[in-house]
Design a protein around this ligand. Sequence first.
Ligand code: SF4
Length: 195
Amino acid sequence: MECEFSPTIWPETKVPPEALDCQKCELYRQRSRMIWGEGNTSAPVLLILDNPGAREDKDGNAYVCGTRQTLQLAAFNAGFKAEDLYVTYVLKCQPKRQYNKEEARGTCMEHLNNQLLQQKPKLAFCLGNVAVQWFFDDMEKDVKTLRGTWHFSKGIPTAVTYHPLAVRRRPNLLPYFTNDWEMLAQRYYKEILHK
Ligand code: SF4
């Protein structure tokens, strides 16, 4: 029997004690809380997004937002299981108002760099231009020019695709998004799962 897709709430990683009260950038003043990452911390594939969306609705009930649903559906269609993946963010705090983007992102990358050292993923997958630019440390880079082929950044083979929210807003991006997930899955199956 074929398995059907159903979005799920991935387990949230506890914020490490040393970062619990992070006030390294101005976003600490506007956060309701920090989201360190979601999924399996030992997963071989690290997904990077710009910043976390809400995990709870206005009444405090847990839910899977549109971005996460689109991401999970693409992962499912490419053959990934939830435990293969871990998702984290350039910013660990969700911005609510205007802020100095460059300064906050540049500061918060220290946390992502530490996650990389600790978790040692085998493959990285950047979703959206913000993730691409900060993971490649190059503000000239973008998804459009980098997608469709493998690169190497921060010591890890890295691929890129569009942000799930962009795909929801512009369905013409869906075929590219699907292809990029398939490219990621092919390398995962060949080099990691069946090694
Ligand atoms: S966005 Fe990052 S650096 Fe800024 S306060 Fe939150 S955790 Fe700290």
